[in-house]
Write a protein that binds this ligand. Structure first.
Ligand SMILES: Cc1ncc(COP(=O)(O)O)c(C=O)c1O
Length: 400
């Protein structure tokens, strides 16, 4: 499909070719197995099937392919600018990527702690060696991998994809971009040299906190074919129900993400300005913020050299940001003082979540809270924060 077609139009029509029934809303198929043709002449033995014969409306067994995951992948192939394969979770997608490339070294930053768990599995099995994200280029060799998460979990700050692509390619290594925090509409890592793009689809693709899935996208036909073969034996396929829900969610991906991104930038810019306001009046919102908040992290307030960030994310920044409080005790208390921010892990759903991040990540600053901004009206989120900060300020004066 032509790239001049807009993101939302692709979300709604890229799967039109799979409409084999007259239902406007795609049906949910639960069958694990599918009847072969009743015409003996039409039967093609497995050994004689070539991958170019692929008919996306014909299926054999749901560990190989099935109607709902195929529809989900077809839409994402149009949105991600690369052939897309779905998996049972974001981490199973990363597992499949490392199985495909089998690097001897992987250069990786802090990012999502679970990705380090997958890397540790490979270290146990293959001796995979972990290098810092900013290791010297000559520490990388042919076939090695840089795994770049941008924007990064939990802070929501961004890294320059083109610079890491250049570094990887100068050594014959590959760049995998985990673009979970920058879904389509916000950034396309392929435009900046990514070799493989990964997403935890459990976040913005599902978008309603009720789907667990992951995806890989590639522009290389040989990698696409190998990933499809590998997945048959990894067995980590996305469920029928999940992919049916996933298609429903992809229809609204661009509008959800745009609104979430705008809400986030407004909240962050207000918080940042309040935190740095000179001599605020004693009862002002700015004074309430300054009494308890230490730092705000997000790409929109990140200091960068050059204009790579506005080129990489021309339509807005990711909808997740982090804050650190002046003290761990304030961070522990904040979620319980908020009405519209639910205290839970994960991100990308329509509802705003806040997480005292140390509840699920053992590596993080204990004063840090991660916020995944939803579709609520941002002024209500702001008012909720001001009220909670005022309450915390009183408490802080009593306990410190
Ligand atoms: C950046 C990032 N990558 C990967 C994952 C793993 O995804 P999943 O939970 O779908 O396995 C997450 C989960 O939070 C994530 O935030």
């Amino acid at each position: 499909m032509s790239h001049s077609v807009g993101t939302s139009t692709r979300s709604l029509h890229a799967d039109d070719l799979l409409n084999v029934v007259s239902d406007v809303a795609p049906p949910l198929h639960l069958s694990t197995t599918f009847r072969y043709s009743n015409d003996p002449e039409a039967l093609v033995p497995a050994a004689d099937v070539s991958s170019s014969d692929a008919d996306h409306t014909s299926h054999i067994y749901s560990r190989l392919s099935a109607p709902n995951p195929t529809r989900f992948e077809t839409i994402l192939t149009a949105l991600l600018n690369g052939n897309t394969i779905s998996y049972s979770s974001g981490l199973s997608a990363l597992h499949a990527a490392l199985t495909l490339l089998n690097p001897r070294r992987i250069s990786v930053g802090e990012g999502y702690h679970g990705c380090h768990g997958v890397i540790a599995l490979f270290t146990r099995l293959t001796g995979l060696q972990k290098l810092d994200l900013d290791c010297a280029p000559d520490q990388l060799q042919e076939g090695d991998v840089i795994l770049l998460e941008t924007p990064v979990n939990p802070k929501g700050t961004a890294f320059d994809i083109a610079a890491y692509a250049e570094k990887a390619h100068s050594r014959g290594a590959y760049l995998i971009v985990d673009s979970t925090f920058g879904p389509p509409g916000l950034q396309d890592p392929f435009l900046f040299g990514a070799d493989l793009v990964m997403h935890s689809g459990s976040k913005y693709f599902g978008g309603h906190s009720d789907v667990l899935c992951g995806v890989l996208a590639t522009q290389r036909a040989d990698w696409h074919a190998q990933l499809l073969k590998d997945r048959i034996f990894l067995g980590a396929v996305m469920g029928n129900m999940e992919s049916w829900l996933g298609v429903r969610s992809l229809r609204t991906l661009e509008v959800r993400v745009q609104r979430q991104s705008e809400n986030t930038t407004r909240l962050v810019s207000w918080l940042h300005a309040a935190l740095h306001a000179p001599s605020p009046a004693p009862d002002s919102a700015e004074a309430a913020v300054q009494a308890v908040l230490a730092e705000v992290f997000h790409a929109s307030v990140q200091e960068t050299q050059g204009d790579w960030l506005s080129k990489q994310m021309p339509n807005g920044f990711g909808p997740v940001f982090s804050i650190t409080m002046r003290d761990e005790r304030l961070a522990r208390q904040l979620p319980s003082k908020l009405h519209y921010f639910q205290h839970a892990t994960s991100l990308g759903g329509v509802e705003t979540l806040i997480e005292w991040r140390t509840m699920s990540d053992t590596t993080v600053d204990r004063r840090l809270l991660r916020i995944s901004v939803g579709l609520e009206n941002w002024e209500d989120l702001k008012a909720d924060l001001v009220r909670a900060f005022r309450e915390l300020g009183k408490l802080w004066r009593e306990i410190r």
